[in-house]
Design a protein around this ligand. Structure first.
Ligand SMILES: NC(=O)c1ccc[n+]([C@@H]2O[C@H](COP(=O)([O-])OP(=O)(O)OC[C@H]3O[C@@H](n4cnc5c(N)ncnc54)[C@H](O)[C@@H]3O)[C@@H](O)[C@H]2O)c1
Ligand SMILES: [Zn+2]
Length: 332
């Protein structure tokens, strides 16, 4: 299955197929390949790539968000120089959002920008982070504060690699698909209401990608429609900062964020049922005043109001300005 993403600079394919990891060579010509991954990605996947590109340098960083930093970026860029990578060569990223984000940014900055292929290996990266061209590293505890819009040559999705993903990470990524359903596609949301939603995993990923693709094509630089993808993220980011990116994963914070912002009781209870099935928390014990303070400090908050995404009818997310008092009241 192939979906094409059309951006201002270029059109690139998202290829989806079981076993695609064995066919990466088909997407690359004679150029030199620089592979980037992390040590949490099972070694067997790295080996499958290395066998296809025996001469490629393989850079493996420690797993985890802490690797998305200047130090790692510098060390990747140095290794690329040492490997004599030229402007015509290509970076291949194999991993979750951490690997994809920093590899994309390394590709965006090396020699003023070289090509890269993204092979996302987590649900979060297959559904969300590998599409849209946002690349970044964190600085001083501020997530994604240094980065670039840089589109990949191709995104290669092999559903089989998800078999080894720990369940908590697996479900964490699915929250972005639930979110996509809530703002744009009732059918996608309903797939999660089926006990055997796992049987629909390919359809879930494909539908989510189509939603993200459309939104991103209409609004590459997040001036309008792309903001809809931030549903649940205003409170979600505040929960992430509050807990120091440790206790909860991103998707879990977004899930709690969606529960905090939703007003429609029926949608809320349907969402809560789904979250329960996926063992994802729907609320937390964060200090409410502190959460509002964190939202105020966030760059998106203008003066005394903040633009959030609301959903009163599944599939129809919309933007709304909400006062800080109301943001506090929402938390009870
Ligand atoms: N660029 C964007 O638009 C965008 C959007 C959303 C999130 N993000 C970023 O994505 C990052 C989070 O991504 P993530 O949730 O994929 O986390 P992650 O990259 O840290 O991966 C989660 C864990 O799973 C391991 N792993 C990866 N693939 C595996 C597999 N197939 N089998 C077993 N283990 C595997 C990793 O080593 C890691 O330990 C954050 O840094 C976030 O800022 C970016
Ligand atoms: Zn998100």
């Amino acid at each position: 299955m192939r979906i094409e993403v059309k951006t201002k600079d270029k059109t690139y394919p998202i290829e989806m197929e079981r076993g695609l990891l064995y066919k990466v060579k088909e997407f690359i010509g004679n150029e030199q390949v620089f592979l980037i991954s992390d040590d949490g990605v099972p070694e067997k996947y790295r080996n499958i790539l290395q066998e296809q590109f025996p001469n490629a340098h393989m850079y493996v960083m420690p797993q985890g968000e802490a690797s998305k930093c200047f130090q790692t970026l510098e060390s990747i860029l140095k290794a690329m120089l040492d490997a004599n990578m030229t402007r015509n060569d290509i970076v291949v990223a194999l991993g979750g959002g951490v690997v994809g984000d920093i590899s994309g940014f390394a590709a965006a900055t090396y020699m003023r920008g070289i090509r890269y292929i993204n092979i996302p290996t987590t649900t979060l990266s297959q559904i969300d982070s590998s599409i849209g061209g946002k690349t970044a590293i964190d600085l001083d505890g501020y997530k994604n504060s240094v980065g670039a819009f840089w589109q990949p040559e191709a995104v290669l999705i092999d559903f089989d690699v998800l078999n080894t993903l720990p369940e908590r990470h697996f479900n964490n990524g699915l929250v972005e698909a639930i979110k996509a359903g809530l703002i744009k596609d009732e059918k996608l949301f309903e797939l999660f209401e089926d006990e055997s939603y796992l049987e629909h995993i390919e359809e879930i990923i494909e539908k989510s990608i189509r939603i993200k693709k459309e939104v991103v094509e209409n609004d590459e630089r997040e001036k309008g429609e792309r903001k809809l993808l931030n549903f649940g993220h205003t409170y979600g980011h505040a929960y992430e900062s509050y807990y120091g990116f440790d206790r909860y994963y991103h998707g879990e914070c977004v899930a709690m964020g969606m529960m905090s912002i939703l007003k429609n009781e029926e949608i809320k209870s349907r969402l809560e049922n789904i979250l329960q099935r996926l063992h994802i928390p729907s609320s937390c014990d964060a200090d409410k005043d502190e959460i509002v303070r964190l939202i105020k400090n966030d760059k998106k908050a203008k003066h005394d109001a903040v633009t959030i995404v609301q959903v009163d009818e599944i599939g129809k997310g919309y933007l709304q300005d909400v006062s800080m008092e109301e943001m506090r009241r929402n938390l009870g």
